[in-house]
Design a protein around this ligand. Structure first.
Ligand code: KG4
Ligand code: ZN
Length: 354
């Protein structure tokens, strides 16, 4: 009998404003990898007074927390760096200065212990996060809707590690639109959860905002017109705004976002007959959106898998998880050697297996 070997991966994520570290273990006799520990140091409180992420502040916070988090995480398992198989780190896309902290740290750690560094694509981490903790291997083919603060992507994933980008945003990402609308309304950062919460008490029919590009005939998105429509509507109402007005604006905005995202996904599903829709990225934490996608897809016999709430916003578990599956498939050595603040997901297609 073949002896059981174990793959142990340290994941590091510092692409924006969350410092996160995770440890994943995969014995060769297990079907899927197991997440052993996972820590996130959120910087929300530091950035909140500025209403958005301040890159220099983010860099300083990553530098302050990362080393301690890695040390704690390893010692919680009783592991040394030498016990690891590799260090997986987000190489991009993201804020250059934030990415540099994680990647420089990962390189130093790996060099000292003689380990390889796996440079992971942040959006691939999000995309595969729907399978994290599910006890299942990633399933193919599927249509992936990846919606975060920086990206809005519709991707056909017909086979592992090959991404066909069908549509992306021409301007603002969905999460960015949420954050900007929240800012217009004077709601706290990050805007997505706050707009969702306030919208629950609102009437989505009081303000009808444009469903931009819903019938554009392609799979592209645009959210900046929607945000501007909210601004124009607010200009008609002299502040201070009462809670009901804020709730109705949030509900109206959210209803437009949901219609656009659902409409675009259905269009692709009807055309491609893909049997599974995955939804990941920070905006996948939005319950109204997931319920609407569930309902619309069920009518077509399509299954929807969304990222578990704790893995929808930025985290290192998804980075270690993507690295674990890449390692299993022998395609781990794909990362560029330097940070990639801009890095299209389909650039990964061209990379050859080791
Ligand atoms: O994936 P993520 O953590 O970071 C990026 O890679 O950008 O996504 C953050 C985005 C923010 O724009 C945040 O407002 C949005 O996800 N978000 C939400 C919700 N929770 C987070 N948007 C809508 N509804 C939510 N519940
Ligand atoms: Zn993200």
């Amino acid at each position: 009998m073949k002896p059981v070997s174990v793959v142990r991966i340290l994941g590091i994520e510092t692409s924006c404003d969350e410092t996160s570290v995770a440890l994943m273990e995969w014995p060769s006799d297990a079907e899927t990898p197991s997440l052993l520990t996972h820590e996130i140091a959120s910087q929300i409180e530091q950035h909140r007074p500025y209403g958005g992420v301040v890159p220099e502040l983010a860099t300083r916070q990553h530098m302050k927390h990362l080393d301690g988090m890695v040390g704690r995480t390893l010692s919680a398992q009783g592991w040394q760096t030498e016990d690891l198989t590799c260090v997986a780190v987000t190489m991009g896309p993201g804020l250059a200065s934030s990415l540099m902290v994680g990647t420089a740290y990962a390189r130093g750690l790996a060099l000292a212990a003689g380990l390889p560094v796996a440079g992971i694509h942040h959006m691939e981490g999000h995309l595969l996060s729907v399978f994290l903790g599910s006890g299942c291997a990633p399933q193919y083919p599927h249509l992936a809707l990846v919606i975060s603060g920086g990206h809005t992507l519709l991707v056909a994933v017909l086979e592992p590690w090959q991404y066909q980008i069908l549509g992306k945003t021409r301007d603002d990402a969905v999460g960015e639109a949420y954050d900007k609308v929240a800012k217009l309304l004077g709601l706290s950062y990050p805007g997505g959860p706050e707009v969702e919460r306030r919208g629950r008490d609102g009437d989505p029919r009081r303000f009808i905002f444009p469903r931009s590009m819903l019938h554009s005939g392609d799979d592209a998105f645009s959210f900046s017109g929607l945000k501007t429509a909210v601004r124009y509507e607010l200009e008609k109402w002299p502040p201070p705004w009462n809670d009901q007005l804020i709730a109705d604006i949030c509900a109206g905005f959210q209803s437009a976002v949901v219609d656009i995202l659902v409409g675009k996904c259905l269009r692709v599903l009807q055309r491609t007959h893909l049997p599974l829709l995955t939804v990941s990225g920070g905006v996948a934490a939005n319950q109204s959106l997931i319920s609407a996608l569930d309902k619309a897809s069920a009518d077509m016999g399509v299954r929807v898998l969304s990222a578990p709430r704790q893995y929808s916003t930025d985290n290192a578990a998804m980075i270690a998880h993507a690295a674990a599956w890449r390692h299993r498939d022998g395609v781990l050595d794909v990362g560029p050697s330097d940070v990639m603040p801009v890095w299209p997901l389909d650039a990964l297609n061209r990379l050859e297996p080791d």
